[in-house]
Design a protein around this ligand. Structure first.
Ligand SMILES: Cc1cc2nc3c(=O)[nH]c(=O)nc-3n(C[C@H](O)[C@H](O)[C@H](O)COP(=O)(O)O)c2cc1C
Length: 182
């Protein structure tokens, strides 16, 4: 049984990324995992300022924003799921800010181990649509010594012009991914 911290780096609670994540979580919960979902769209999290205070004062970040509420959840989880819409061929700014702020928990560039997953949605559906963020995700998780246990990318989603839509096939795939997570 896993304790999964699910970080949804989208601005829309009714959006494609949130729905994709919900489908995954349903499967994961049915499989017996504990899911703690955090929606960054209603949080205020800025990027790391690089002040270095966290490295001198017991890993406490000096920036007083919503990330302070998320650090305890990160400490408790064994698995981290990052969910993000594709924004300008990358993860969203909210997602990137969350990742940067994890610096506060590092000790001499060493991070406590986590298994990780990535879920993404995008308007385009080319073979290269998710190349940049997937490459980034693989790179930084490996650099932190973390273990990737799953990636799902949902291309061809309709966007923010009033007709948001994610195909049922993606929701089914994400649900099955959660259900089959060991
Ligand atoms: C600011 C912005 C940038 C986007 N950039 C891309 C992009 O680079 N490539 C792409 O295929 N879709 C892009 N999209 C479309 C979204 O990735 C897509 O609609 C996604 O499913 C939205 O997720 P959400 O409903 O969770 O907000 C962009 C949308 C916005 C609002």
């Amino acid at each position: 049984m896993r304790n999964i911290l699910v970080v949804v780096g989208s601005g829309m609670k009714s959006g494609n990324t949130y729905r994709l994540t919900d489908a995954f979580c349903k499967g994961a919960e049915e499989a017996g995992h504990v899911v703690n979902k955090v929606f960054l769209g209603d949080k205020k999290i800025v990027g790391c300022s690089g002040c270095g205070a966290c490295q001198k004062n017991g890993n406490k970040c000096s920036i007083q924003d919503s990330m302070q509420d998320i650090y305890p959840s990160f400490t408790q989880c064994d698995t981290l799921l990052l969910a993000s819409p594709l924004y300008f061929w990358s993860v969203s700014a909210q997602t990137k800010a969350f990742i940067e702020r994890l610096y506060a928990i590092s000790k001499e560039d060493s991070y406590p181990h986590r298994d990780t997953l990535l879920l993404m949605t995008a308007g385009d559906d080319n073979f290269w649509t998710f190349e940049q963020p997937v490459s980034y995700y693989r790179f930084f998780t490996k650099a932190l010594g973390w273990t990737d246990v799953g990636i799902y990318t949902a291309g061809g989603c309709d966007g923010c012009e009033g007709n948001r839509h994610i195909d049922e096939k993606h929701l089914t795939a994400a649900y099955k991914m959660g259900l089959s997570l060991s």
